[in-house]
Design a protein around this ligand. Structure first.
Ligand SMILES: OCc1cccc(Br)n1
Length: 445
């Protein structure tokens, strides 16, 4: 749809040709490619989802924080070939600064923790809900923005922190009506891969690169993974060893291969025993192929998936104990997850779990005569001061008002008519029961 040419002439835009304005200066009313508008019904669903995020954050005793969507590009320059850093929505601002629309939240969290420095006492448990961006050639028509709920714990080195984060994820799913038969959470540790690299005496500087490649397990064929791994200089024996270990789905098998003294095995055993205590053991499973695609993870990693395998990962996260030192600061142990607003909605649709998002209003106030617009205003005002959501309607026929009341699920219709008003009364119609009665205007509540 396009705005009419008349209205578009009032728009100020540069002389430069724009793909968003056609030859006659008519503006395309769609949002920029890969982005979404949220008209009221979509916004009610988003608000409902974000309210669930917030409620779980409250239950977990996390504090809300926020950051600019615009960040210095330097925060995201990493050399590990991650998709997220190859699709930076980056540009130079008018001051010649290299900036980005952030592709993720964690570096901003780390930046604020460093900035707060000694003034904050550990552990910190922070959450935020924020829009993240990527610039992807629209060949695949994928979105360029989504909103992410992030929960992060700073200052807890032990797997207790990961156990807390997993409970937050399970609580969220349970609040949405999703069960452990719909969704599972694959859990592993990057220390598994580290142990394998050590077994083949692969230099640690290859670790991050290998993780980013192995994260494509399941997206690329085995041959493609082998090819990419070989291209980093790994021997074919090491490649086969990595693929063999990463195909393990049993913690006891992993222990057989790596030995019981390995930290990865101890961490995972501890986490799975915590899961029993928290009561979410049936939600999680060990899967050595989970490495997640972010370069900075150093330990436990996890991702939630739909058991029907139709959708992309619903959320994911892990431990990142060495991120702060990449910003030149003292390291603080940390772990967190990101939970996007898109895949979860696809899952809710799949499961028929989308909540009813129709509007709901308490009262409609309608003057039956324009001379009563004043009294109608004071009635609407006093009801609002008492906490009622009031839609004050004018210049409409009564037939339209009744239809409107149904459309917006109003509880009551307050009609201000001359004959009643002369006696200081108004007429109230309860829309659910059709009950109708008069009441003193100043006793309406
Ligand atoms: O999860 C990767 C990602 C990052 C930014 C924006 C979008 Br859409 N997706």
């Amino acid at each position: 749809r396009f705005l009419s040419s008349a209205s578009s002439s009032m728009l100020t835009h540069g002389d430069e040709a724009s793909t968003h304005v056609d030859a006659n200066g008519v503006v395309d009313v769609n949002p920029p490619r890969g982005t979404r508008d949220f008209p009221p019904e979509d916004m009610r669903l988003r608000t409902w989802l974000f309210d669930q995020f917030r409620e779980v954050s409250r239950l977990m005793a996390f504090e809300e924080v926020d950051f600019p969507v615009l960040e210095s590009e330097a925060l995201f320059i990493r050399k590990a070939g991650e998709e997220i850093t190859q699709q930076l929505y980056n540009f130079e601002d008018k001051g010649g600064r290299r900036v980005v629309l952030r592709p993720e939240i964690t570096p901003s969290l780390a930046r604020l923790v460093i900035k707060q420095g000694k003034s904050v006492s550990l552990p910190l448990k922070w959450f935020t809900i924020g829009q993240c961006w990527r610039y992807e050639r629209m060949t695949r028509g994928r979105r360029r923005e989504h909103y992410q709920w992030n929960m992060d714990i700073f200052g807890v080195p032990k797997v207790r922190a990961e156990a807390e984060l997993l409970q937050a994820i399970v609580l969220l799913f349970q609040r949405l009506g999703i069960t452990s038969s719909d969704v599972g959470i694959r859990v592993s540790s990057r220390k598994v891969l580290l142990a394998v690299l050590n077994m083949y005496s692969i230099p640690e500087h290859l670790f991050t690169q290998v993780c980013v490649i192995v994260d494509k397990f399941g997206k690329l064929t085995r041959e493609e993974i082998e090819k990419e791994l070989m291209s980093t200089g790994l021997s074919s024996e090491a490649v086969q060893g990595i693929i063999e270990v990463l195909s393990l789905k049993s913690l006891s098998k992993l222990e057989e291969v790596l030995g019981s003294g390995v930290e990865a095995v101890a961490d995972l055993k501890k986490l799975f025993s915590f899961a029993e205590q928290y009561g979410y053991a049936d939600w999680i499973c060990f899967d050595a192929s989970v490495v997640r695609g972010l370069a900075y993870y150093t330990g436990i990693v996890f991702e939630a998936f739909d058991r029907e395998g139709k959708l992309r990962a619903i959320c994911g996260g892990g431990r990142y104990d060495k991120l702060l030192s990449t910003f030149g600061s003292e390291d603080i142990p940390a772990c967190g997850f990101g939970f996007g607003d898109a895949v979860i909605v696809e899952l809710l649709k799949e499961k028929g779990l989308l909540p009813d998002m129709s509007r709901q209003i308490d009262d409609i106030v309608f003057p039956l005569d324009e001379v009563l617009e004043g009294p109608a205003s004071s009635i609407a005002s006093s009801l609002r001061k008492k906490g009622r959501a009031v839609d004050l309607v004018e210049d409409k026929r009564l037939k339209w008002v009744f239809k409107h009341a149904e459309r917006i699920n109003a509880s009551r219709l307050i009609l201000v008519g001359n004959s009643e008003w002369e006696r200081g009364m108004v007429r109230v119609k309860i829309l659910s029961t059709r009950e109708e009665y008069e009441v003193k205007a100043d006793e309406l509540d």
